[in-house]
Design a protein. Structure first.
Length: 364
């Protein structure tokens, strides 16, 4: 099922006469106009929250009205909220869709708990701060706004790092890891070359060790892909055999006689040395597996689509036989065309990283 991003905007107090498009009712309101522009930039659908008519689709007609944004009583607000929730349930998927509410708290306080994925960027902001937030997000009057890709590099380069020697110091067992290559640069920072997570709970450290310390090629696609690039660079005959997954019992029985364990052992050592020499990890805690996978793919796609994200001429991945790795400039092959991080998810990543970094400092 295709999930949608929904923006809910409160109708301002502007007044017009006659029968007008909702999006034109409050055209005198700078905040409303900027909210609409922001909604069009990030959302699949936009709805207007009106105290008189409930939830109104952006393109729907409605009579203009002269009405305060406030509710006469808490009971009136609760009844109105029930109507909004019913309409949202009819028009959208309240359990799966993502909602960004550009409104004061009175416009969502009594139904927000029923929305599983929701952000309220206007929370506790003055009108001026709301306008400034929207202008910044819309990049009005700024020609050199820092991209999310650059912000993520700044964030991850500032966090506590882990390497071959201190993986057991990671103070949590569920989360996302980011691999930084000390010999690859993005704007003078160590470049992100892999983002990953784990399926089963409490396996973050185990997963990283499988890549970095205890693993072999059929337990780690990361290691396998580095090995492919080494073999491809050297035009080695063993590339075809290296691709075979010998964890599969059918493959093991069918191709066992093709294996050269001496070649594999030498290559595994080269992979380990390459990783030890170049890579360091940062991690942040994410408990829910569904959330882990969404943030993982969002991070990968955001980095991949950054126009300034490039590899050096000497990056080993350039020799990969896999188009996705050469194209992505990372040791990843999935998530490249998933939805990039939105504003809410980006702020969530920052919050999770700050919290995890504090835990790391306490642990050490």
């Amino acid at each position: 099922m295709l999930l949608s991003k929904i923006v809910l905007i409160s109708c301002a107090n502007g007044k017009k006469t006659g029968f007008n498009l909702v999006k034109d009712i409050d055209k005198e309101s700078q905040l409303f106009k900027l909210s609409m522009d922001y909604g069009k930039k990030i959302a699949d659908e936009i709805y207007i929250l009106t105290s008189r008519y409930g939830l109104v689709k952006e393109r729907d007609y409605t009579p203009s009205y002269n009405e305060s944004a406030s509710f006469r009583s808490e009971m009136e607000n609760r009844l109105w909220s029930l109507e909004i929730l019913e309409q949202l349930n009819n028009f959208t998927d309240i359990h799966e869709d993502e909602y960004i509410i550009l409104a004061d708290r009175s416009y969502y306080k009594n139904y927000i708990k029923f929305l599983k994925k929701v952000g309220t960027p206007f929370n506790n902001l003055s009108v001026e701060d709301k306008i400034n937030f929207l202008r910044e997000e819309l990049d009005e009057g700024h020609g050199c706004k820092i991209s999310y890709g650059e912000k993520l590099h700044i964030l991850f380069n500032s966090m506590k790092r882990y390497n071959y020697n201190n993986l057991d110091e990671i103070p949590f067992t569920n989360g996302i890891y980011i691999v930084l290559d000390k010999k690859e640069k993005y704007k003078d920072m160590d470049r992100i070359v892999r983002i990953g997570t784990h399926d089963n709970d409490n396996k973050l450290i185990v997963r990283i060790k499988n890549h970095y310390k205890n693993g072999f090629k059929d337990s780690s696609f990361f290691r396998k892909n580095i090995g492919k690039s080494i073999l491809s660079y050297n035009e080695h005959y063993y590339l075809y055999i290296w691709n075979i997954n010998f964890n599969d019992k059918v493959n093991e029985s069918k191709y066992a006689e093709l294996r050269d364990m001496e070649v594999e052992s030498t290559l595994e050592e080269k992979i380990s040395n390459y990783m030890k020499e170049r890579f360091e990890f940062v991690c942040f805690e994410v408990e829910d597996v569904k959330e882990r996978h969404r943030l993982e793919e969002g991070l990968i796609s955001t980095i991949y689509h950054d126009k300034d994200f490039e590899s050096s001429d000497k990056w080993l991945g350039k020799y990969s036989p896999m188009d996705e790795i050469r194209d992505s400039k990372m040791w990843v092959s999935k998530g490249l065309d998933k939805a990039q991080l939105n504003e809410i998810e980006f702020r969530q990543v920052i919050t999770l990283c700050l919290k995890s970094n504090e835990e790391s400092e306490e642990f050490s």
